[in-house]
Design a protein. Structure first.
Length: 167
């Protein structure tokens, strides 16, 4: 289904931007080894819950991503707001993590607007704003904020392996 692809790509892009934000050299060595969208459920007619399994290879220190939230824009218009539960990446290992995300559609959007966007969806028109707190080893902490970042640029960072779900 097309909406699963959209949600998967958005969650991956948000995590990539969060991890890139800290500016520590070892963060560039992080690799997404696999991913799959576990479930998507409606929150009434105004939002979604999405659960994803995300395999990450972390050759460096323990990293915690906290207070992850932002806005997705499609063709320059605010489309949805998202919040993700905190994620802690274990040091020097490859692990599969559960990623839980809540998405709320912008209040002026109707179901018809949402269906029209999904029908003609193109990643080149998707940008995001992101706010997050990145903690390394529980000692170093930094709040990061990005505005108007093209999602397709972030996703180029991920190399798909045979284990990944086709998106």
């Amino acid at each position: 289904m097309r909406y699963k692809r959209i949600i998967t790509l958005i969650v991956l892009a948000v995590l990539a931007l969060s991890l890139e934000a800290c500016g520590v050299k070892r963060l560039k060595d992080l690799k997404v080894t696999e991913w799959s969208l576990e479930s998507v459920s409606l929150r009434g007619l105004r939002g979604l819950y999405a659960d994803m399994a995300l395999g990450i290879e972390n050759p460096g220190v323990k990293i915690t991503l906290d207070d992850i939230s932002g806005t997705i824009f499609y063709k320059g218009e605010e489309f949805l707001r998202y919040q993700m539960e905190p994620i802690t990446l274990k040091a020097r290992c490859t692990e599969v993590y559960s990623c839980h995300c809540t998405m709320d559609f912008e209040s002026s959007k109707t179901i018809l607007d949402i269906l029209a966007a999904i029908n003609g969806f193109s990643l080149e028109y998707v940008t995001t704003d992101l706010d997050a707190k990145v903690k390394m080893n529980g000692i170093f902490s930094r709040k990061v904020s990005f505005k108007n970042v093209p999602v397709h640029v972030l996703l180029n960072r991920f190399k798909k392996s045979d284990k990944n779900e086709k998106v």
